[in-house]
Design a protein around this ligand. Sequence first.
Ligand SMILES: [Zn+2]
Length: 79
Amino acid sequence: MSDCGCDKAQANIYELLRGELCSEESAPIREHLDSCPNCRDEETVCISLTDVVRRACEEERENCAPADLRDAILRGLNA
Ligand SMILES: [Zn+2]
């Protein structure tokens, strides 16, 4: 399992999912994901996590800043 590229693939999954890799960088990683169930699992986990974080951020934006956080920021500005 040492030279299958898992380390490289998993180290770059987040960048890949965020679209931060150029096609030259992402092609071999996508290729590896296609052929490696382990890394596909890892990709699935990363996708779920990314999704959860994004939803949490969207909910926070919808609620605006929580009141106590806003107060803390205002106190910080006035200090
Ligand atoms: Zn792998």
